[in-house]
Ligand binder design. Sequence first.
Ligand code: F6P
Length: 307
Amino acid sequence: MNAAIRAVVRTGLEYGIEVYGIRQGYLGLLNGDFHKLTSFEVSGILQRGGTILQTARTDEFKTPLGQKKGLRRLNEKGIEGLIIIGGDGSLRGGLALHKMEFPVVGVPGSIDNDLDGTNMSIGVDTALNTILDSLDRIRDTASSHTRAFVIEVMGRNCGYLAIMTAILGGAEVVSTPERELSMQDIASALADAYERGKSHAIAVIAEGVSYETTDLVNYLRNQSEVGFDIRLTLLGHIQRGGSPTAFDRLLATRMGVKAFEALREGQSGVMVALDGRDLTLIPIEKAIAKSREINPSYFELARILSR
Ligand code: F6P
């Protein structure tokens, strides 16, 4: 996200337009926490995870009154357009401002990759690389001790991170909200890996499945055919931090520039999206209407490669 902020500020400078950052998202908007961003302030932030502007979850902006108050703050400060970097909730707020005729352009930022209409959101690639790094380390213990690891990954209601982790990390089995496996199916997959003589097995479970991974592990431990000793790792917020990958820096930089230009050209109610190699603009409404679907061929790929 910092790379996107930097890109917005420096594109503004290019056009001679002042850019203000709002601290802590909609909370800062409601509190009038605006702060002029100079080139100097966005210098040296490309490699930093998180966001220099910070963020917050706030319910007040979800209400019509909160949204009106936000609009009032923008007008008080003489702001002419807003670029919102974030996921579903952030974009929903942006859409509300757009509907009140305030110019808004969105930039997709979420590790979940659940925004529809864009191939990738900012942060997904970095999170995936972090997960794979952790998985590779965990596998060392798994192989040395002939263990099976259940690894829970984030993603809210979307299984993108989980299915990619399974394919790229070489998991034996994966369960996601889109293709949820029963505990029994997971036990069978691990038992199969054991019978085939594998030194370890990895089960990747998306956080959005209907059962708790702790319950799954208890279940697996009671299935004698599983063979492996079972361990559970919840990767948690490790997945959200860290220095962005080259892919994410480039994506965020390009999206930041594109968002600024779109706003300058008078666009509103749109989100920057990655379509193949190109950046396009899609209605925010479309991006948040439903969770992005996972290409079904990835599930087949994960199954074939897990043998
Ligand atoms: O939406 C991003 C995400 O990291 C989800 O994958 C996860 O469910 C959630 O946010 C965690 O939120 P919090 O940091 O508020 O616990």
